[in-house]
Design a protein around this ligand. Structure first.
Ligand code: ME8
Length: 648
């Protein structure tokens, strides 16, 4: 029987529309789900909406709707948001589902019968936003620490869950199971809560105050506290207690949440399970907040960014990549559209996209569009294979620890390695020498095979990109996710496979940038050349320019990130360069250099010229090249220099 994996997200309140905070938890769950599928696990992925409670009633009232009609509308927004990002849960649960209500009622009755629910009078400061009572010491200036709203003292008779009875058991359990709550900082936070006496949990609301909830089976004057109701979704969604799904998947439960709901998941939930005689979940995986300009994203702050808008603007996989790569799981991260664009341009367009299109273009050009038969291999090929094998190991380890950003970093090391391999092997040079035909085939095969494996490793993260890459390498994509065994099987790409060059995997996002005010250099003192090579002119006589004249030129080292021919031009090559910032440069070097061999080169450019248009493309810097009247040789710094280094 296959091993099993059950991954859940919080069920989201329907008082807000889906935003990027919700997206992140759900995306991580989808990635984990696909990853374990690729390892051959039987998996289950559940998300949904939390629809009862006072907050939802208030939100419905604002829209002039009754609570159920309102919840139906917003729940649908969540349900429809996920497939748009290629997030595919197996179950979307709603706390208004009849089956869920039945399970909540059953568990309440069971805990009540065992004597762990009692009736008592209670007073406290109630926060509707948090749906819970606060004790005095938790308030900040009389306000809720999260919602910053003044709280009023409420006194009423209610039912209580005897949570305090399970405090010692929980402390022991967390100590014995060191990764029950992870990363460690959150385990420590829970242990620190537990170092104070635990209060019993108020689990009812009188119907005189709130009717939108699940009626207590033992007293119909009350509805259930929304958290006691919501947490049970993780069981009811599996058909607890009788369904085979429950017995199969519950022991493998992995909950994903953000730190805002650590206490209900780290304390209420395990003690509720214990009281109901159910085994605890396997792990609680806690991530930080996505912040916008130093504040948490929230509807009340009006700074919500909708996942759908990002997807429409940048594409599904670019958005998936950004969120998975940018956040260190467990810590807070910062969202900005500039950050997203930077990642798209640097990692996706320039690195992955370029490596892929360079490789396929060269196979098309030098091997008739068919994956060649590799010949003898050398140390470089072994190094590439080792890099991939290490990456596969790291991806597996890091994903299992939820360090998705590290898994992606490791994959990008391979892509970097492949780009460097292209530069070092220079297939365009090999292609000029018929004696090197074998070597050329080996290099092209290794590149294509590396990209096949990269695509397979990437599949749980960026499924569409992986599918495109494999299809264009002439392979089939095994939906929903290719099996992991095929990744480690070097040489899985059959020679003779027809490749399809196709469009860029990730088009670069052009941003209107402020080009620094250029100081125009004195005219005609320097060849306006690479664009138009002319006969060498004699070295000017030593009439002597003042040094200030030279100092007007801002010469910089730049790295070529990507290069392509300008359509309909024999000479012009358009390059994206990094000189500390990214710019576009157009140079007339196309008769002496191919775009492929330019990528990765360090060049020298004049950085403070006014931009000029060449065949419709704006060039924002000028490349330096020596010119003997027949050929050009670009000027390069000797050895490594960081992009942006000044040349003087
Ligand atoms: O708390 N950064 O629902 P909720 C990262 N219904 N993640 C964020 C985020 C942000 N800025 N904002 C929201 C509830 N999230 C309860 C849960 S579960 C039995 C009941 C994500 O709509 C993150 O997963 O307030 C967080 O824990 C969750 O949304 C809170 O969603």
């Amino acid at each position: 029987m296959n091993p099993v994996y059950y991954v859940t997200t919080p069920i989201y309140y329907v008082n807000a529309e889906p935003h990027i905070g919700h997206l992140y938890s759900t995306l991580v769950a989808d990635t984990l789900n696909r990853f374990y599928q690729s390892l051959g696990y039987a998996t289950r992925f559940q998300t949904g909406t939390d629809e009862h409670g006072e907050k939802v009633v208030q939100a419905a009232q604002k829209e002039g709707k009754d609570a159920k009609a309102y919840a139906d509308r917003v729940s649908r927004l969540f349900r429809e948001a996920w497939p748009e990002l290629n997030i595919r849960p197996d179950r979307f649960i709603r706390t208004t589902d009849e089956a869920h209500i039945r399970v909540v009622t059953q568990i309440l009755q069971r805990v009540y019968d065992s004597g762990d629910i009692y009736f008592s009078e209670y007073g406290g400061h109630y926060c509707v936003g948090c749906e819970r009572f606060y004790v005095d010491r938790e308030l900040v200036d009389g306000c809720c620490p999260d919602h910053k709203q003044e709280l009023h003292y409420v006194k009423e008779a209610n039912y209580f869950f005897r949570m305090s009875a399970y405090q010692d058991w929980l402390i022991g359990y967390i100590r014995e199971n060191s990764d029950f709550i992870r990363p460690e900082r959150y385990r420590n936070e829970v242990l620190s809560f537990l170092s104070e006496p635990l209060e019993d949990l108020c689990i009812s609301r009188p119907k005189s105050r709130l009717t939108w909830g699940i009626t207590l089976p033992f007293d119909d004057r009350y509805v259930t506290y929304v958290w006691f109701d919501a947490l049970i979704n993780y069981l009811s969604g599996l058909g607890y207690p009788d369904d085979a799904l429950y017995s199969r998947f519950w022991p493998a439960a992995e909950h994903i949440i953000a730190k805002d709901i650590l206490k209900p998941h780290g304390i209420y939930w395990p003690t509720m399970l214990k009281a109901a005689g159910i085994e605890p979940y396997r792990h609680l995986n806690v991530h930080g907040y996505w912040n916008l300009e130093q504040s948490k994203i929230s509807k009340s702050l009006g700074n919500v960014i909708r996942p759908r808008d990002l997807k429409d603007k940048y594409g599904v996989d670019a958005v998936r990549y950004f969120f998975l790569r940018e956040m260190v799981f467990g810590l807070d991260a910062h969202f900005s559209e500039e950050g997203l664009i930077q990642r798209i341009n640097a990692d996706l367009a320039n690195n992955l996209g370029n490596c892929f299109s360079r490789t396929l273009t060269m196979i098309a050009r030098y091997s008739g569009g068919l994956v060649p038969v590799p010949g003898e291999t050398g140390a470089e090929e072994e190094a590439l294979k080792d890099l991939l094998a290490r990456c596969a190991r790291e991806v597996r380890q890091e994903v299992q620890k939820f360090a998705l950003h590290k898994a992606l970093m490791s994959l990008w090391e391979v892509i970097d390695g492949a780009n460097k391999y292209i530069d070092a092997q220079a297939p365009w040079t090999l292609a000029k020498d018929p004696g090197k035909a074998d070597r050329l085939q080996t290099v092209l095969y290794f590149l294509a095979e590396t990209l096949r494996q990269v695509a397979l490793l990437l599949a749980p993260f960026l499924p569409q990109t992986a599918e495109q890459m494999l299809t264009r390498l002439g392979l089939q994509y095994d939906a929903p996710v290719p099996q992991w065994d095929r990744v480690l099987d070097w040489g899985g790409l059959p020679p003779g496979s027809p490749v399809e060059v196709g469009p860029a995997l990730f088009p670069r996002i052009e941003v209107k940038k402020e080009v620094p005010a250029a100081t125009p250099p004195p005219k005609k003192q320097v060849e306006a050349a690479p664009q138009a090579p002319a006969a060498p002119s004699p070295v000017p006589p030593q009439t002597g320019l003042p040094i200030e004249a030279f100092q007007q030129w801002d010469l910089r080292v730049a790295r070529v990130l990507s290069a392509e021919r300008v359509p309909k031009s024999k000479k012009l090559i358009r390059m994206e360069i990094d000189l500390g910032e990214q710019r576009t440069l157009v140079a007339g070097i196309g008769q002496d250099y191919s775009p492929e061999e330019m990528v990765g080169k360090h060049i020298v450019v004049v950085a403070n010229l006014q931009p000029t248009k060449l065949m419709g493309v704006e060039s924002q810097a000028m490349l330096l090249a020596a010119n003997d009247g027949e050929h050009l040789k670009i000027v390069v710094p000797e050895g490594e220099m960081p992009p942006g280094a000044k040349v003087k």
